[in-house]
Design a protein around this ligand. Structure first.
Ligand code: FMN
Length: 262
């Protein structure tokens, strides 16, 4: 199974639920859509059906998991196999306190070996390709060396695709919202990563708002993930199919999108 990740919409808690994804699918046929993060606990103990079901029309759709226990992640992947997601992604970028206490999300950037074990275990359990979404670093980690070490270690475990939010996360002192705005964006570190690991698929995320900016990034890396802009200004996706997938079919008008939702 191959997934075209040239353009994707980011996983966003409370935002990219199945209704939002169905809506976005009316605007672009090809953009890869990510679910909100679903924790292994929610899948294993909280009713998988409620968290995992979606409409077939949402394909291509990727499930993002939150967790750091290899066995739990494997069991979550086995359950997710029944739902035929196109990709399973591990969250190594979310800085919220609740997530840190569960020891997953961005704090995993400090323990590449743990992530490598998680990824190995997910790959052996999942029918779909396994990817990782991470930051360029956390707290006072050195900028590039820690990103390189993280990528190398996790790639050795079999992960071929990394989606990098091009800013650090500060785990103490900044709220999750501030962590999406305050640490500076450093796109050049993600480009450097692609140069150093040309065999890996490297995607960039953070602060990208237009398709012109998207086209610029695509000169350096394999794909662009758009977050907030796709929620706050969803019609930005209307020209994605033509510009980035060579699909000349006319996009639905805003009016037709509303009718489709009705
Ligand atoms: C409301 C909201 C919820 C988010 N939830 C998640 C999440 O569940 N998992 C995750 O990896 N990132 C999450 N993020 C971060 C986004 O995926 C993305 O990395 C970030 O917003 C930067 O991209 P942007 O500048 O294009 O928005 C969230 C962001 C927002 C705004």
């Amino acid at each position: 199974m191959t997934v075209n990740r040239r353009i994707s919409v980011a996983p966003m808690m409370d935002w990219t639920d199945r209704h939002d994804r169905y809506f976005l699918r009316q605007i672009s046929r090809h953009t890869l859509l990510y679910t909100e993060m679903v924790t292994t606990g929610a899948i294993l103990h909280g009713g998988a059906e409620r968290h995992l079901r979606y409409n077939d029309a949402e394909h291509p759709v990727a499930l993002q998991l939150g967790g750091s226990d290899p066995d739990d992640l494997a069991r979550a992947c086995e359950i997710a196999n029944d739902y035929a997601y196109d990709e399973i992604n591990l969250n190594c970028g979310c800085p919220s306190d609740r997530v840190q206490n569960g020891a997953f999300g961005a704090c995993l950037m400090a323990t590449p070996d743990v992530v490598a074990n998680c990824v190995k275990s997910m790959i052996s359990a999942s029918n779909a390709p396994v990817t990782v979404k991470n930051r360029i670093g956390i707290d006072d980690q050195e900028d590039y060396p820690s990103l390189k070490r993280f990528t190398e270690t996790v790639a050795e475990a079999g992960c071929k695709t990394f989606i990098v939010h091009a800013r650090k996360a500060w785990l103490k002192g900044l709220s999750p919202k501030e962590n999406r705005e305050v640490p500076p964006l450093k796109y050049e570190l993600v480009y450097q990563l692609k140069q150093e690991f040309p065999e890996l698929e490297i995607l960039i995320n953070g602060g990208i708002k237009t398709l012109d900016e998207t086209a610029e990034h695509l000169k350096h890396i394999d794909g662009v993930m758009i977050g907030r802009e796709a929620y706050q200004n969803p019609y930005v996706l209307a020209d994605v199919d033509r510009r980035f997938y060579g699909d000349d079919a006319k996009p639905l008008t805003r009016h037709q999108v509303v009718e489709a939702m009705l």
